[in-house]
Design a protein around this ligand. Structure first.
Ligand code: CA
Length: 393
């Protein structure tokens, strides 16, 4: 009985708490607090789960930050040529929100200028910036991806590379070297160069000692001149001391920076040997494949932008630099005589045909290049060229 009463009393006590209206606010408060605690814990758990998925799940690469090295064939921050790698790196950093950081090294900082191809090919570094024609000793076909004498101008090079089959061939040529190529800049039409003797006819080419590298140099030899190779840093002294009679470099924007107008009498045009030189970005194949798809797309987009940006900068700055040379430094501008240009054009055809015949892959690229050149020249006769002629009327 006592037991029963105790039980009843306990029950009654318990009931009385809920029955008593004084306790309702406390109960509601406890329930609300419990609900908030459960909701909060769920939200925290959900957030950390999402974080875990990103960190440990299939999308793990999306959060990884890559630190890459890019070696170049230019002195660090050289105007024009050396600015493209910096433009590329900055764009990529911004586009990827800091996930792909490319540190740019000037020539000689990590590897010498002419060691860029091997360093990227062997995976010593992930990327390089330079010009394909520097590697013609290892890869004869590479010259066409920079440009050749009397070849394509900048606009035409971009057309061939990106819509005319050129890029597919470039990939094929570089694939055995473990490299992925991208166009990474264009100088536009260069100048024929700086001369200390006046050229009035083909005979003036005989024995003329000119610094002119690559295929252009071979053509110059074929036409009767004597081509020599001297690094950019020695051009000023070589011209000043008469070691050479002439030199080519790039165009007014770059040439003014070297001060070549101080040691040469005449500035000749047009740059028949480099009508629109494409610069290259090369990427180690394994490094490129290790990137998630979105970063690979950003690499291509940044290269495409840097490719156009260099041309835009030269277009804007060359004219101003030429005006300064003429107006402030008394530079004498000269056009190469037509018979000299005709001779150089004939010599180019001979040299390029021999060159293509000596290497099967070079022959394959030459065929694509020359077919595109022929068709685009026909169209540009009635478009670009006709318009420029009309503008001059
Ligand atoms: Ca040049």
């Amino acid at each position: 009985m006592n037991t029963v009463n105790k039980s009843v009393m306990k029950k009654g006590t318990t009931m009385s708490i809920f029955a008593n209206g004084r306790y309702y606010p406390l109960v509601i408060l406890i329930l609300v607090a419990a609900l908030m605690t459960v909701t909060g814990l769920w939200a925290v758990d959900r957030a950390s789960t999402q974080g875990d998925v990103l960190v440990e799940g299939n999308n793990s690469q999306q959060l990884q930050t890559y630190h890459w090295k890019m070696v170049t064939t230019w002195p660090k921050n050289l105007p024009g040529l050396g600015r493209a790698p910096e433009t590329f790196s900055k764009l990529l950093d911004e586009m990827s929100n800091g996930r792909l950081k490319v540190h740019v090294y000037g020539a000689g900082e990590l590897v010498p200028a002419m060691g860029v191809f091997d360093a990227v090919s062997e995976g010593v570094v992930e990327m390089g910036h330079g010009a394909a024609y520097y590697w013609k000793g290892k890869v004869p076909a590479a010259v066409f991806f920079t440009g050749v004498p009397f070849g394509l101008n900048a606009q035409e090079m971009n057309g061939w590379l990106h819509y005319g089959g050129g890029m597919e061939l470039w990939k094929e040529v570089y694939e055995p070297f473990n490299l992925v190529p991208l166009a990474g800049g264009n100088t536009g039409v260069q100048m024929a160069g700086w001369f200390n003797t006046e050229l009035t006819s083909v005979e003036d080419l005989q024995g003329l000692k000119m610094r002119i590298p690559g295929i252009g140099g071979e053509v110059f030899n074929e036409a009767g001149g004597t081509a020599v190779t001297i690094p950019g840093g020695e051009l000023y002294t070589s011209l000043q001391t008469g070691v050479i009679d002439a030199t080519e470099w790039v165009a007014p924007y770059n040439d003014l920076a070297l001060g070549l107008h101080e040691v040469a009498k005449y500035y000749y045009y047009p740059g028949w040997h480099e009508p629109g030189s494409t610069l290259e970005i090369i990427i180690n194949s394994q490094a490129f494949e290790s990137l998630p798809q979105d970063l690979r797309v950003m690499v291509k987009a940044a290269a495409y932008t840097a490719n156009q940006d260099m041309l835009d900068e030269y277009t804007a700055r060359n004219n101003a630099a030429l005006q300064e040379m003429i107006n402030n430094h008394g530079v004498q501008l000269r056009k190469l005589p037509d018979d000299v240009l005709r001779k150089l054009k004939e010599s180019s055809a001979i040299v390029l045909e021999d060159y293509a015949a000596a290497d099967p892959l070079a022959g394959k690229v030459y065929e694509s290049f020359t077919a595109f050149r022929k068709s685009v020249i026909e169209y540009h006769h009635i478009s670009e060229q006709a318009y420029i002629n009309a503008r001059d009327l």
